[in-house]
Design a protein around this ligand. Structure first.
Ligand code: NDP
Length: 330
């Protein structure tokens, strides 16, 4: 197998050199194990947290060991009666070409008629995150005005569409004209954060939605959060999904200067980790899966080719080079 590892925990934005490609012969397949040829690797912002060396809600990556991440592939050898050669599966043995895992760590792909890599994006962890944040954490209701940051990404692009289907005004913050156009084409009012300070962003959001927001789906933090707080309605709910603007910070970021808006607007702000809600995954698939299969929900993918591209694909998440789900195809 060929796999990526890191030899040190990075400070600030990780350098490309940090990622080392290694090759190792796999041991003979043990009883209960499955060998998988990976076809699609997922790279996700949360992986940056696992490179910090500290335990958060998940253990840090171990130095010099294969990195981990979601992947979809095909079983090429099995000593677990639940899997046979040719089965399409999903597992966490990403950042490598061949994965060898206990069958307990492997799951068959659901059978909805979508391309297999959709189970890493719109119908996988990011999609489930969007659905959970909106419905369970923010308790979005029909007609709520919703603001989403990183709105054209894997999570954001589903969040805006699910929100849009419930009728209110939906505003998405994104970083490039192409992304803004994609959002506008789906009836989402799109606002760029580039070149704007918190005050200018506050004003742009007010223009996009003068009635204010009942829900803020937070993916970015920093000035996006400050501007969102300035535009909350009474009783608003903020689902804190991520704060990608600070993941590469070397110093602790200052809190939002206007946090008192939570009090003034009697708002609720709640963080969540999607894995705590995974028992709802089949409900999510039942609800969203058919809409994706029919094309009623759109999703974008940015695909990098070849295992060697995995570190670059990961780093591009922090420059906004991806539209929709960032994937590596092997
Ligand atoms: P995305 O596909 O949204 O990719 C990241 C995007 O974030 C980029 O394309 C870029 O878009 C934007 N971005 C990057 N850096 C900045 C910055 N400094 N300021 C503003 N925008 C920035 O990734 P995901 O959809 O996978 O993840 C979105 C968020 O959801 C992340 O914060 C992630 O950590 C979080 N998450 C949380 C989970 C949970 O359980 N709580 C689970 C999964 C994801 P642009 O061009 O618009 O700047």
């Amino acid at each position: 197998t060929r796999y990526y590892t890191i030899t040190d925990y990075p400070k600030g934005t990780p350098e490309r050199d940090l990622f080392t490609l290694r090759e190792e012969a796999l041991s003979e397949l043990g009883e209960g194990e499955v060998r998988i040829r990976n076809r699609w690797l997922s790279v996700d912002p949360y992986m940056r947290g696992r490179m910090s060396g500290a335990k958060t809600y998940i253990d840090p990556f171990e130095l010099n060991e294969p990195l981990q991440g979601a992947a979809v592939g095909e079983v090429i050898e099995s000593r677990d009666s639940r899997f046979k050669t040719g089965d399409k599966v999903r597992h966490m043995g990403g950042w490598r070409d061949i994965a060898q895992l206990s069958g307990d760590q492997v799951e068959p792909l659901p059978s909805i008629d979508v391309p297999e890599q959709a189970y890493l994006g719109v119908l996988g962890m990011p999609g489930m995150t969007a659905w959970t944040g909106l419905n369970i954490i923010a308790e979005m209701k029909e007609g709520d005005n919703v603001l989403v940051s990183a709105a054209s990404g894997a999570v954001g692009s589903l969040a805006v569409q699910l929100a849009k289907a419930k009728g209110g005004t939906v505003v998405g913050i994104a970083g490039s004209q192409e992304k803004l156009d994609w959002l506008e084409a789906r009836g989402v009012k799109a606002v760029s954060y580039k070149g704007k300070d918190a005050e200018q962003l506050t004003k742009a959001l007010k223009e996009a939605c003068p009635d204010g927001f009942d829900v803020y789906y937070e993916n970015v933090g920093g000035d996006c959060l400050v501007a969102a707080l300035n535009n909350l309605n009474v009783g608003a709910r903020i689902a804190v999904c991520g704060m990608i603007s600070s993941y590469n910070d070397t110093e602790v970021a200052a809190g939002p200067s206007n946090i008192s808006m939570i009090l003034i607007r009697r708002a609720r702000m709640q963080g969540f980790i999607v894995f705590d809600h995974w028992d709802n995954y089949s409900r999510f698939l039942e609800e969203v899966g058919p809409q994706v299969a029919k094309g009623d929900i759109d999703y974008e993918e940015t695909v990098e080719e070849g295992l060697e591209q995995t570190p670059d694909a990961f780093l591009k998440l922090f420059t906004g080079a991806n539209k929709g789900k960032m994937l590596v195809r092997l």
